[in-house]
Each structure stands twice: as structure tokens, then as C-alpha cells.
Design a protein. Sequence first.
Length: 260
Amino acid sequence: MLHRAARRPQFFYTTAPLPCPYLPGRTERKIVTELAGSEAETLHDRLSRAGFRRSHNIAYSPVCPGCRACIPIRIVAGAFQPDRSQRKIMRANADLTAYEMPARASAEQFALFQRYQSARHGDGDMAAMGFYDYRAMVEDTPITTGVVEFRDGSGRLVGACLTDWLSDGLSAVYSFYEPDEPRRSLGTYAILWLVARARAVSLPYVYLGYWVPESRKMNYKARFRPSEALAGGLWRVLPEHADAPAEAAEAGQEKLSVTG
């Protein structure tokens, strides 16, 4: 008689309330679960399609009472058409070369990370991270992850993007770049590069995490069209010129299925 090995149950937990990092005066809570073992890759795939994000070996999703500001968003890579501003950014960075590196932290990356944090997020928690914290962010991953490095003609590192590979796309986990190169718009360029890479390997989506229309730092994610927002358990194309479609705003309060 054959016996199947018992499947390890997947536990989900809710975090304690903390100040929201995006919207002043609001409180953040998350539902979190561990990514571990031989099923980590498959579970991460399912959770990503259900609107979760990864940090280290944890997948999380906001469950903030009374707030629906965080909307999962992804770019439809195959149909993406850069607008005039994005084409200008691509031309401004034509001298850059992208190198797909393993998820290994380097002193060079960390120095750039520190400059970026100091210039752009000096009052945030990440500004206080030391090298070992940074290394954990990059290397503590149970799934297929890499770092895309962007270098100029002299070989200088000007940008980097920690990226997860999913069965249906690429997920931009965290990007940082040279703050003294504002004309390049390197954050936007990193996303444009990921879209081109996804198309080249026939992956349909680029996941950007959470679009927060009310946050100046997070509302840029809707500029890449066509994009889809998660609403009612379904990914729906954002209407053209929409800031925060009602159906997408409701997504934060939906019960998401991660079983399929």
C-alpha cells in the first residue's frame, strides 16, 4: 500500500500595527507567511499572483483595517508600448550595459545603496542598514533571484535591481541607483529593462509590487501601460489615464485565493 508523505501546513500570521511607510497618519498591518522547503518556488508563484510580495524568506500582503490604498500592479510585457517620456529615458541610457548577476551582495553595490538611501530616503529605516543587513536582503532568498547591475561605459555601477524570477514574469523586489544622475531617470529605466527582458524570454508580466495612488513616491507605477491591477481576486487592465479605478481600490479588502 502506498502512503503519501504528509504535506506541511502553510501558516499565515498577521503582524502588529505599525506606522504606514507610505501615507502619514495611517497604520499598516500585514499578513505574512514563510517561504521555505522544496515548495517555496511554487508557493511564491501562487502568492505573487494573489498580490503578495517577498522580503527575505517571507511573503507578505497588506491587510490594513479601513484602508485600500495599496493596489497590486503588474505590467503586461508583451503589449507594453513606451510613451514619449519613456523613449527619451531609453535613449538617455543607451550607453549602459546590464549584467545579470547572482544574488550575491558586494561592497560596490552596498556603497551605491548607501548613497541612494542617504539622498532619497534619509529618514527611512533602510538608511540605517549596515552591510550585513544589505547582504541579508539580497542573499536570504529561497527562490530564483538575481541582481541586475547597470554600468556605464567606464564600468561604473550606476544602478541595480534585485529581481525575482517567476513562472509568469519578473518581479522587481528593490531597485537603487546613483542619485547624482537625475537626468537618466534610472528607476524608470530599470523597469523598462525588465519589461524588455521579460519579452525576450517570453514571460508575460513584470510585477511592480504595490501601486499607491495617494503616495507621490509610489504612484509612478501606473505610468507603464498596459498594466493590470488586482481587484476582486482578478487581474484587470487599468483604464487609460485612471488614477485609482474603483474596482482596483476594492482589491485590498478582498479575500485572495492562493490555492491555484
